[in-house]
Ligand binder design. Structure first.
Ligand SMILES: Cc1cc2nc3c(=O)[nH]c(=O)nc-3n(C[C@H](O)[C@H](O)[C@H](O)COP(=O)(O)OP(=O)(O)OC[C@H]3O[C@@H](n4cnc5c(N)ncnc54)[C@H](O)[C@@H]3O)c2cc1C
Length: 403
């Protein structure tokens, strides 16, 4: 594999300074490599607190430099193209970074809403900039102004609860099911908590947003929900950098890799986090997966540099933590292959667990920056990946060659 002939050290470029990219960059400094991380802003965004930013209880940012190992060079810029032929990343500023290895960790954002009026009148909250705009819109509205949150998944639930706890009248438009990934018992407890907070939960057939106007969300079944501020949390999308660069992606645009997180097109490129699709069967959007995927991507490259066999990926899940305001939460246990189980924790204890998870997630990155390699993961050989590997055609089916 190529090496920087000037210094004899491998040059690694990491695109994206979120959970996965930061973890990977820090871990890569275990070896004497030149590690450069590119991120569009000098802040590390705690995306898992963006609903708190909207509710005004956290700013969700830290200095990115504080999370990075000293030996990681930070370039505040945006990658516009990966040129695999040249082994170079073009940046928005016009600069180019050459690499021997590349970590693709651009994360995710909401999908472009296709519902009429949503792009004009609803505020997404999946990026820092989105969440800040949503916060400004909420602050500009009087306390009694109705707020609609579209999306019954974790982000919608957490945002609705956060705002309701601050005294806002909130309607949650679930699109069908409240917390579809939850066990029915946990879902019932969640519904009770939201009721107690005064959130009007709209679920069932017809409870899907069909149109958004300046002060209304119209549903499939014709109902009109008054809304002075509409938050949009439905859908999942990833940046199209891989596709634009001619790399193979899955249908959503995640970089298609093998089970070592290595691009199916180029052995110098590994992917991690929300933007990775190992074998066309990505892990759930989560920092729970993004962090171990980040360290795994680094371990794969460290193995390549050392000339040893790179390990295959197997991330085990433990559950899902939801905050339902500052004083309460819901912790849903799951099997290692991410299927909800009946046991769950709620109330203050769950809020404390959620807060501890958020805190330790950030602290884990700082620790890895100071002592690369210290953070260890219980990589579980979970059944999901075994089943996946037994379905050999799936990877090919998911592939969408965009070159
Ligand atoms: C409100 C909310 C609450 C959440 N709560 C939880 C939770 O409780 N538990 C959980 O496990 N998950 C949660 N998630 C999901 C979790 O935040 C994501 O799965 C996680 O951030 C993914 O990490 P990542 O490193 O892949 O991507 P990100 O954290 O999205 O980081 C990607 C980085 O890459 C940068 N980037 C993008 N394009 C480029 C480019 N072209 N050039 C350079 N840089 C680029 C981005 O700006 C960003 O800084 C939540 C998400 C939201 C929105």
């Amino acid at each position: 594999m190529g090496e920087n002939t000037g210094t004899g050290r491998h040059r690694v470029v990491v695109i994206g300074g979120g959970y996965a990219g930061t973890m990977a960059a820090n871990r890569l400094t275990r070896r004497d490599a030149e590690v450069t991380l590119v991120n569009p802003r000098p802040e590390f965004v705690e995306r898992i607190r963006l609903h708190q930013l909207v509710g005004g209880t956290h700013d969700a940012v830290h200095r990115l430099r504080d999370v990075l190992a000293e030996r990681v060079a930070l370039v505040v810029d945006e990658a516009t193209r990966i040129d695999t032929a040249r082994g170079a990343v073009d940046l928005a500023s016009g600069r180019t970074l050459e690499y021997d290895y590349l970590v693709y960790a651009v994360g995710s954002a909401g999908a472009e809403p296709t519902v009429p009026g949503a792009a004009e009148f609803a505020h997404p909250l999946s990026t820092l900039e989105d969440a800040r705009r949503a916060r400004a819109a909420v602050e500009a509205a009087p306390l009694g102004a109705p707020v609609a949150v579209v999306g019954g998944g974790p982000t919608g639930i957490e945002a609705a609860a956060e705002l309701a706890e601050r005294g806002r009248p909130v309607t949650l438009v679930t699109g069908g099911v409240l917390g579809p990934s939850l066990h029915p018992a946990a879902r019932r407890a969640l519904a009770a908590r939201l009721r107690a907070l005064g959130v009007l939960v709209l679920d069932g057939a017809g409870a899907r947003a069909a149109e958004v106007g300046p002060a209304v969300v119209r549903l499939d079944d014709g109902r009109a929900v008054r809304s002075d501020v509409t938050l949009w949390t439905a859908g999942f999308g990833v940046p199209d950098l891989a596709a634009r660069s001619g790399l193979s992606t899955d249908g959503a645009g995640r970089l298609l890799t093998d089970e070592t997180l290595t691009s199916v097109d180029d052995p110098r490129i590994v992917a991690a986090g929300d933007a990775a699709a190992p074998s066309g069967a990505p892990y759930r959007m989560s920092c729970q997966a993004a962090l171990p995927l980040g360290s795994h991507a680094a371990d794969v490259l460290l193995a390549r540099m050392a000339g040893t066999t790179p390990p295959t990926v197997a991330v085990g899940f433990v559950g899902q933590c939801l905050s339902t305001g500052r004083s309460s939460g819901l912790v849903q246990t799951a099997s290692t292959d991410d299927r909800a189980r009946a046991p769950f924790v709620r109330g203050r204890a769950a809020a404390a667990i959620k807060e501890a998870v958020c805190w330790s997630t950030y602290a884990g990155l700082v620790v890895e920056g100071r002592h690369p390699g210290l953070v260890q993961w219980a990589f579980v050989k979970d059944g999901r990946r075994r089943r996946l590997l037994e379905a050999p055609r799936r990877c090919d089916a998911a592939r969408s060659r965009t070159a």
